[in-house]
Write a protein that binds this ligand. Structure first.
Ligand SMILES: [Zn+2]
Length: 77
């Protein structure tokens, strides 16, 4: 089996504070920085993961929050 050399990002669950690890998704590799998602292993909250390219870190927010933010952004245009 090939070794997985991809960088892993430490993220904190916004719901329960559990430290989780995530890799960049394929879409994030392609430049869609907010195209990551996953569930917290501890509390099961569905999270959106956004790559902060400048600081090279991953930011996790609740998916519901992300969705609302996106809707607002769209409405503002
Ligand atoms: Zn959690």
């Amino acid at each position: 089996m090939e070794k997985d050399n991809r960088k892993r990002y430490e993220i904190e669950c916004p719901e329960c504070g559990k430290i989780l690890w995530a890799c960049k998704s394929l879409f994030q590799e392609m430049g869609m920085l907010d195209a990551g998602h996953g569930s917290c292993m501890e509390c099961g909250t569905f999270l959106n993961l956004t790559l902060d390219k400048e600081n090279d870190r991953m930011i996790a927010i609740r998916f519901e929050e992300y969705k609302e933010k996106k809707l607002k952004e769209r409405a503002a245009k």
